[in-house]
Write a protein that binds this ligand. Structure first.
Ligand code: PTJ
Length: 260
């Protein structure tokens, strides 16, 4: 194993890759997850590998929405488990949410491994193993959830979700918070609160906002939700990509160098 020097310009990106690779080796992340990560990285590069102010506003709105929810659930797949297991557990604790393993390429074996991995990172109860509920409109493999988990939830956080499931969850009337680096993807476009940011930065920032808002007035929590506009946030991320993609060295975006 090569140690990545912390001052390497692409330190965060290389660390992220290493975590995904380790996830595949442990049987937590699917091989498709490697491809998904590559796609995400390309968008992160174009966004400047930072949390846009519009994404920060989405993260604050997400925190307020989770605090207000009766039954919030954080959905975890193979990429989330590899990239941010401890951070996901912390967010669940900060907002009083359930954690449910819900996979695109479902195997019982991987659900169990991810649940174990989350418990190793401090989760005490992990849902997704009962598989006694469903999302109407999806075939069995894609639509299986826990009856007392995602099926019963009023607010769901679905990071890196596929478009069909995002739409089916929306049709069930759930308030959806989607974390996805691609502002053109169907899932964030379906979401009530699209967070166009890297999962690695987004999850801890939602937790930080939740801790801040937990001590704030109910008016402050309401304002975090009311002042957020999903369409404007998506448009801002898209404009940032279009304008910043091939910026001149004068307004160079961070993380310009290629790995190696
Ligand atoms: O573990 P499973 O079986 O549930 O599978 C999970 C993946 C992610 C492999 C599966 O859902 C999948 O194939 O997803 P897609 O269709 O490739 O979509 C992944 C989306 O997440 C893309 O829009 C990427 O831009 C985005 N993405 C990838 N990595 C990150 C990300 N968004 C935020 N943070 C990331 N680190």
């Amino acid at each position: 194993e090569t140690e990545i020097p912390e001052d390497h310009p692409r330190y965060a990106s290389l660390l992220t890759r290493h975590r995904i690779e380790a996830g595949v080796e442990k049987g937590i992340t699917s091989k498709q997850g490697l491809i998904a990560q590559g796609r995400g990285e390309a968008f992160d590069y174009l966004l400047g590998e930072r949390t846009l102010p519009s994404a920060d506003a989405a993260e604050r709105a997400a925190a307020a929405t989770l605090l207000r929810a009766n039954h919030p659930v954080l959905s975890v797949n193979g990429n989330v488990a590899a990239l941010a297991p401890g951070e996901t557990v912390e967010l669940a604790e900060a907002v009083g949410a359930d954690i449910e393993v819900n996979l695109f390429n479902h195997t019982d074996e991987r659900v169990r491994r991810i649940a174990d991995h989350l418990r190793e990172h401090g989760a005490d109860d992990v849902k997704g193993l009962a598989a006694d509920g469903d999302i109407p409109g999806l075939d069995h493999a894609r639509g299986t959830v826990d009856a007392d988990g995602i099926e019963a939830a009023d607010v769901v956080v679905v990071p890196l979700e596929d478009g069909d499931r995002a739409e089916a969850l929306d049709a069930m009337g759930k308030t959806e918070i989607v974390i996805d680096l691609n502002p053109g993807s169907r899932s964030p476009r379906t979401a009530d609160i699209p967070i166009i940011d890297n999962l690695i930065r987004a999850v801890p920032n939602v937790t930080a906002h939740a801790r801040d808002l937990a001590d704030a007035s109910s008016a402050a929590r309401r304002d975090a939700i009311d002042s957020f506009a999903a369409d404007a946030a998506l448009a801002d991320a898209e404009a940032t990509i279009r304008e910043g993609a091939f910026a001149t060295p004068d307004d160079e975006i961070p993380g310009e160098e290629t790995p190696g």
